[in-house]
Write a protein that binds this ligand. Sequence first.
Ligand code: PLP
Length: 451
Amino acid sequence: MNKPVTAVSNLGAIDAAHHLHPFSDMKKLNASGTKIITRAEGVHIWDSTGKQYLDAFAGLWCVNVGYGRKSIADVVHAQMLELPYYNTFFGTTTPPTTLLAQKIAEKTGPKINRVFFSNSGSEASDTWFRMARVYWKALGHETKTQVIARKNAYHGSTVAGASLGGMKWMHEQGNLPIEGIHHINQPYWYAEGGDLTPEDFGLKVARELEEKIIELGEENVAAFVAEPIQGAGGVIVPPSTYWPEIKRICAKYQILLVADEVISGFGRLGSWFGHQHYDFEPDLAPIAKGLSSGYLPIGGVLVSDRVAEVMVNELGDFYHGYTYSGHPVAAAAALENIRIIEEEGLVERVRDDTGPYLAAALASLTDHELVGEAVSVGLMGAVQITADKATRRRFKKPDDTGTAVRNQCVNAGVVLRATGDRMLFSPPLIIERSQIDQAVDTLRNGLDWLK
Ligand code: PLP
């Protein structure tokens, strides 16, 4: 069998000459040199110099079952030989596509029974955005088109995805957001809560949704979207009062509640989906990442009966889809990935064992003079760096601070991510307690270095 390409001596130079990386300052990257990752196994990755790292970020929040799963490779190989591709547009489907939709529906609550497939989370954002507007139009509510999202959210890089996201620096590139999208504050108590208790702050920012609906006019609002826990924005865990209040407001005004489950789906929070952890049922929910643990690109939108019934019975054609919607090979990989999560009890393991263990390990860092807060749910966690605990003052250049600590950790063999001055954990769901200790100890050393 052919081997994967790894042994090309001047790959770095070739990369600098030909490859434009996403989310990268290419001039800086070409000066520092690209790190070439050549192989991976379990929770570890190796670079082209042979150096091993503990990947405490699961690639990009996605390799939930860990690397090197031969059974996924075997299923993919067999599916490629059996049927490498067929579309799902013109009255056709393929066995893995349909069985995957059924399997996903089994894991969601009783009111979610359908899935629309995409290839990524960004495409899933564009998909639900159109679906929400189409839903209201099909019901005769032509004016219900406005969507409320949150500042500092991340919903992808496509035009709708980046517009729904609340990252200003993304909006500045490409004249975003597009019309009809509004952003309210996020529940980031540590940085924005002032003198309020977390509970009062959670209520206050949730009620901004109600204020915005009233300002825009209930008859104009289609949906509200949020990540159960803001991910790329810095793992912003909402106060306990936040989601119940959001749920109440969406129900009161009958607007669609959209939970972006791209990170929080498939076990990360110790539940199959983040909305289950926070005890609500969304009307629509984009998924991706952990759906296939990143083995192949696949995403989708969970569609509740409320929306599906209108799409099926009222709409007629939905003029939307991707050549690779429900790709049979990606679907086969996702089915095997879910089978592994089930067979190995990974959701329960995160809920009952490694999740609480990570929470305790991160909490142990709060005695450090530079740690303002340490939060986590399941295996999604963050440590906030602060220059002064008492006043919650930040370092002058939060981005540089986080990047410097991250680089220290990577040099010491642990891959974490920094968002500004928050250090983020999102390891594969198979991580062992001793490996959590290694990651947290490495972060402590990184913080000591910063002192
Ligand atoms: N939504 C959330 C919450 C995400 O974290 C991401 C990616 O990180 C996306 C959407 C976009 O997904 P993709 O990168 O697969 O397009």
